[in-house]
Write a protein that binds this ligand. Structure first.
Ligand code: 1HN
Length: 347
């Protein structure tokens, strides 16, 4: 059992501590305070081509209403049964079929949606609806009522990202069903983007969503154009390529309180130098093909694949086609609490 390498005298002593719910720190100090972070999570790639048919199969097994949320959790192999994609982040693939709705509810974890398929899906968040198109990044702030639906004639699929494992760690998860299919709307579609997303702000600007950005849909056409123009306008960063982060226009910070989000663009043939950081990350391939190396492993990725990148493993990218890569990470928490660290390598 525990303390196997300890001498018989010490083990006899430890046996007297155990019934008193006490333990010797010196046996575990190096494990609980290692020289460097050691993530339990594994790096992993989920191939969209393999998952899409299974997600559609779930569509014939149960309705979105029955499921409440019909989602395949992208579960890290190191955390089977724990609904975690990295140690601190949750990701899943959600399916809504034509005409379906996912009923209104709210919860303390924040959620993001990254749209993968379909042009007629919508979500209603805190009284405003947005139509979600491929590549859009959509926010559900903590404790905001939200429901989803599909008014098109094909499946709507997106990636959900939530900070659930973080809130679970703090034992602070609450949820609340609204009791009806949809929460009432109080503003017209497009209101938040018009008011907050044009480089303008109301005179007395405070976010109606607390610490989350008042913009809740960052449309892909704008993000993509910003990245393409940025890549044309300056040399890419050797470690980050061309990366733009989604920001909260009120304070310039991350768009969400706990999860940092950004998009990276590499042109065909471009690569990044290795770096590592204490945040764990989930990468979703919006467009393009290439490889991502994480620690000892190299994954070849294609469109719509998802990759888990654990904390403090060296990572670098090589693009074999023009790539647009969406990332979310727990970096916003690291920064707020003062323990974010990164290291950039020259080769
Ligand atoms: C949730 O509320 C949604 O609102 C998606 O679409 C995934 C995973 C765990 C807990 C709540 C949604 C979720 C979730």
């Amino acid at each position: 059992m525990a303390y196997e390498s300890a001498s018989p005298e010490r083990r006899a002593y430890y046996d007297k501590l155990t019934p008193l719910s006490t333990a010797p720190l010196w046996e575990v100090l190096g494990t609980i305070v290692p020289r460097e972070p050691t993530s339990k999570a594994e790096s992993h790639l989920w191939r969209y081509d393999a998952l899409r048919p299974l997600l559609l199969e779930a569509g014939s097994l149960l309705t979105a209403r029955e499921a409440e949320r019909r989602v395949l959790v992208l579960e890290n192999p190191a955390y089977v049964g724990q609904s975690r994609t990295t140690s601190t982040l949750y990701a899943g693939l959600q399916l809504i079929l034509p005409g379906e709705t996912a009923p209104a509810h709210r919860h303390t974890p924040s959620a993001l949606r990254f749209m993968i398929e379909g042009e007629q899906g919508f979500t209603q968040v805190g009284g405003e609806r947005t139509t979600m198109r491929e590549g859009d990044f959509v926010i559900t702030p903590p404790w905001a009522w939200h429901d989803h639906g599909n008014e098109g004639d094909g499946p709507v699929i997106w990636m959900d990202g939530l900070d659930i494992p973080i809130l679970q760690y703090f034992e602070s998860v609450f949820s609340d069903p609204y009791g009806e299919e949809q929460h009432p709307l109080s503003r017209p579609e497009g209101d938040s983007l018009a008011r907050y997303g044009q480089g303008l702000l109301p005179m007395d600007a405070s976010s109606p969503y607390g610490m989350a950005s008042p913009i809740f849909n960052y449309p892909y056409d704008r993000t993509r154009e910003a990245l393409v123009r940025s890549a044309q306008g300056a040399e890419p960063d050797p470690h980050l390529a061309t990366t733009l982060r989604y920001s909260n226009p009120i304070d310039g910070g991350w768009a969400m309180p706990a999860m940092a989000t950004w998009m990276t663009h590499l042109t065909r043939g471009q690569s990044t130098l290795p770096m590592r950081s204490t945040d764990s990350q989930v990468m979703h391939v919006v467009e393009g093909r290439g490889t991502v190396t994480v620690g000892e492993q190299t994954f070849t990725f294609g469109p719509k694949d998802v990759v888990a990148l654990p904390s403090w493993q060296r990572r670098c990218l090589v693009a074999s086609e023009d790539c647009f890569l969406f990332f979310f990470s727990d970096r916003a928490v690291h920064e707020k609490l003062g323990f974010y660290r990164e290291q950039r390598f020259s080769a």
